[in-house]
Design a protein around this ligand. Structure first.
Ligand code: ATP
Length: 584
């Protein structure tokens, strides 16, 4: 049994023992702990994708009131009311996501703070419905076949829900959507370049976390049988956030442990601050607030479990198959790229000026030039990461799609000048991100475990891609453990996963050793000759470029200075003056 499973088993056993043998007071604590854990599982995943919510207690309250009112006022059966409350919160979450998730920087947490406060104020204001500040009593417990659940049965139900959620969320984290969601936290341009619609996935994950808030709230109401708006205040939201930060964002286990530790510390703090020191309760809030600041500053990805896990079994580098024998790609028709009068201006700076270029299919074409010549800018225009100020680019006679996540679907895959890998993820998972567009599974199919064969196929292809760049033996290592040169090759493997017809490589040889460069050169030739790919490469390593390119374009100050075969370009006096000097 691995460490994670042992922890799960220990937590499960501890909770079960408490539910069976502890006094009702402690069983109640276990129930509330479970309610928090349900919200925090969603909140931690939200944070893993780079989003944060300072108002999640609002969903807890919304779920609690909707479920309670449906059962009390409309006579809806409890389980149906819980489902309705969950759906209602998902709907509100969707609307709020649409309104707020486009916000950048500090504006997003501020917006979540605002709706958290606004919704909790409504709980107090809607006196007729919620009972206002005095609260709502007489909420129905969970009832099955006429039997109302007592505290122990309710706590057990809550923890059964948690067990199911943990299973589902663990699968989501490590499935197709979870993988890219964890990747776009810091690299949303990279994720988009592999076909990920970042805002759609962000919305889905936010909606899911809001729904979990609603579910938790409904269960909370059934346990407490009394609702007070103070339980869903800003302070409650901050406490939930502390639990999520404590547990870390690497998976649901951290979320559950974060809640357990928070509850333990809370009980201890209450004892020390109130009983021993006789200080008012607000001091405890201040201590927790200060704790949150320290943790966020020191461990921004959480304290206990941070990124770095991958689905067990997928990262075994050697499964006995001969990876190097199988070709990758070649599923698309050969690609021809034509660039007409492309101009790119950044304010007053013209990075590209009327550039014309034709890249024939099944060729290796080099794009060279001094620093600042506009090479990377052209790459970004060719993948629609940047919208050209003028001119047009066509692939096989058709204009490029307007949205850059769609470009990879047309067969253009790329690497980046500055390596854009998820440093804390292992190499195999990073490479699998490149195959995103070839998969279909979504959040629910992952949660239900229906993506196993797709994931296995993706892992197989990722190993094949790694074998082609000579890095199969490091598949299970974290990317951060690899030297920069190897990281660049991992990026090449990831780009191959999209099964491109055109590969754009931005300085892939930077940091490579001689033997690795030779391997890269052979790989490029084999991609052209065996897989029928077109390769466009930006590179300062002239030995590599001259050794493998069929044709070269030379940029200088955003203008096309020259083009021709490597031999022609090397003899061109303008190119020698501007870039090559007399070395070559
Ligand atoms: N997002 C941006 N905003 C403003 N200026 C930019 C931006 N991106 C690039 N530039 C400018 O455009 C010019 C071309 O830059 P680019 O990175 O394309 O050159 P390059 O040929 O790739 O250089 P290098 O070989 O050093 O990577 C430079 O003057 C650069 O400062």
């Amino acid at each position: 049994m691995n460490q994670e499973k042992t922890l799960y088993a220990s937590i499960g056993a501890l909770i079960l023992l408490l539910i069976i043998f502890a006094s009702t007071y402690y069983v109640g604590l276990v129930a509330v702990l479970g309610v928090n854990a349900i919200v925090v599982i969603g909140l931690a995943f939200l944070m893993a994708t780079g989003q944060v919510s300072l108002g999640h207690a609002a969903f807890l309250g919304l779920g609690a009131y909707v479920s309670a009112l449906l059962t009390m006022r409309a006579g809806v059966p409890v389980f149906l009311a819980i489902a309705c409350a969950t759906l209602a919160c998902a709907l509100v979450g969707y609307i709020l996501a649409k309104l707020t998730l486009q916000l950048k920087g500090h504006y997003l947490p501020l917006a979540t703070l605002a709706y958290g406060i606004a919704i909790s104020v409504c709980f107090v204001g809607a006196m007729d419905l919620t009972g206002g500040a005095s609260g709502l009593s007489g909420v129905q417990p969970i009832t099955l076949f006429g039997h109302g659940f007592n505290t122990r049965e309710t706590a057990l139900t809550i923890w059964v829900v948690i067990a199911l959620l943990v299973i589902g969320y663990r699968r989501i984290y490590q499935g197709r959507i979870g993988r890219v969601a964890r990747a776009f936290k810091n690299n949303h341009i990279m994720a988009s370049a592999f076909g990920v619609n970042v805002s759609t996935i962000r919305t889905q994950i936010f909606v899911l976390s809001a729904a979990l808030g609603g579910l938790a709230g409904a269960l909370y109401g059934c346990y407490m049988q009394f609702l007070s708006p103070s339980a869903f205040s800003l302070e409650a939201s901050i406490n939930l956030l502390i639990m999520a930060v404590l547990g870390g964002t690497a998976g649901p286990l951290g979320a559950v442990l974060g809640c357990m530790i928070f509850t333990g510390v809370d009980l201890a703090a209450q004892y020390v601050i109130a009983t021993l020191l006789h200080l008012p309760g607000q001091v405890e809030t201040m201590v927790f607030g200060a704790g949150l600041i320290v943790i966020l500053l020191k461990w921004p990805n959480g304290l206990l479990f941070r990124e770095g896990s991958s689905r067990p079994g997928l990262t075994r580098p050697n499964d006995g198959s001969n990876h190097s024998q199988r070709p990758i790609g070649a599923v698309r028709p050969p690609a021809t790229l034509v660039v007409r009068n492309v101009t790119m201006k950044f304010g007053g700076l013209t990075a590209l000026s009327d550039v014309n270029m034709s890249v024939p299919s099944r060729s290796i074409v080099g794009l060279i030039g001094p620093n600042g010549a506009g090479k990377s800018t052209l790459f970004n225009v060719l993948t629609q990461v940047l919208k050209a100020s003028g001119g047009e680019v066509s692939l096989n006679g058709q204009a490029l799609p307007k949205h850059f996540p769609d470009v990879v679907r047309k067969g253009i895959s790329r690497t980046f000048q500055h390596v854009q890998l998820v440093q804390d993820m292992d190499v195999l998972q990073n490479v699998m991100i490149g195959g995103y567009i070839n998969g279909r599974s979504g959040l629910f199919s992952s949660a239900l475990g229906l993506d196993k064969s797709e994931e296995a196929q993706l892992a197989k292809e990722a190993k094949l891609a790694l074998a082609r760049v000579g890095l199969l033996d490091v598949a299970g290592k974290k990317v951060s453990e690899l030297p920069l040169g190897s990281q660049r090759l991992v990026e090449v493997a990831r780009a191959l996963m999209a099964r491109p017809s055109m590969l754009l490589l931005d300085e892939p040889a930077a940091g490579l050793r001689v033997a690795e460069k030779e391997r890269l050169s052979n790989l490029l030739k084999s991609l052209r000759d065996e897989d029928g790919m077109t390769v466009l490469i930006v590179e300062h390593d002239m030995e590599l470029v001259m050794g493998c390119a069929d044709h070269l374009f030379v940029l200088n100050f955003g203008n096309l200075l020259a083009q021709g075969t490597p031999v022609e370009v090397q003899k061109n006096p303008d190119v020698i003056n501007a870039y090559l000097g007399s070395e070559i």
